[in-house]
Design a protein around this ligand. Structure first.
Ligand SMILES: Cc1cc2nc3c(=O)[nH]c(=O)nc-3n(C[C@H](O)[C@H](O)[C@H](O)COP(=O)(O)O)c2cc1C
Length: 160
């Protein structure tokens, strides 16, 4: 059976996910980030997570060269931020407030949770790489902060 790319995207898009903005810094300290829903947890002990990064994204070199990254799990009110970081260009950071913890990777306020990670391995996976990191610091919001979801190519939210 031949697999058509559009058909494949529509099929894997049936898997509902959260949405993250994954960040790092350039060697000169400028912030780098992109919207990603390929994030998943990997290991409990040690605590490890991973995400998949397209070779074609503008931020590829920064993530490949960087020793650290941060994962910001978006909340329901952050759809505009998700759209903004799903485009290329340094202007995506214009007017975006962020904190930094120990490694300098941007931590976005208002998220459901954020994690700071040390890069463990980078493995090839077709037209993406799989970046695995060990979590070194994390914080999460209270239970009233709900996640932004992605399903069948569109945003969604939890409902009872
Ligand atoms: C919901 C959603 C999820 C995405 N997930 C990923 C992902 O997991 N990995 C990836 O490389 N790109 C992903 N993208 C695409 C990037 O966000 C997009 O290519 C972005 O422009 C990359 O920024 P950059 O070119 O500045 O690096 C996703 C986009 C959307 C809208």
């Amino acid at each position: 059976m031949s697999i058509e790319p559009r058909d494949f995207r529509d099929t894997v898009g049936c898997f509902a996910t959260g949405i993250t903005i994954i960040t790092t810094v350039e060697p000169d300290g400028s912030p780098v980030g992109l919207t990603a829903n390929s994030f998943t947890s990997l290991s409990l002990d040690p605590p490890m997570v991973l995400f998949c990064l397209d070779y074609k994204v503008a931020s590829f070199d920064a993530f490949q060269a960087g020793a650290h990254f941060a994962v910001n799990i978006l909340s329901t009110g952050q759809q505009d931020l998700s759209n903004r970081f799903a485009k290329s260009g340094p202007e995506k950071w214009d007017g975006v407030a962020f904190d930094t913890w120990d490694t300098g990777s941007p931590i976005l306020p208002g998220c459901v949770a954020s994690m700071e990670c040390k890069v463990s391995t980078i493995n090839e996976g077709g037209d993406h790489v799989i970046i695995v990191g060990e979590v070194v610091r994390m914080e999460r919001a209270g239970g009233d902060v709900m996640p932004l979801l992605y399903f069948r190519g569109g945003y969604a939210s939890l409902s009872d």
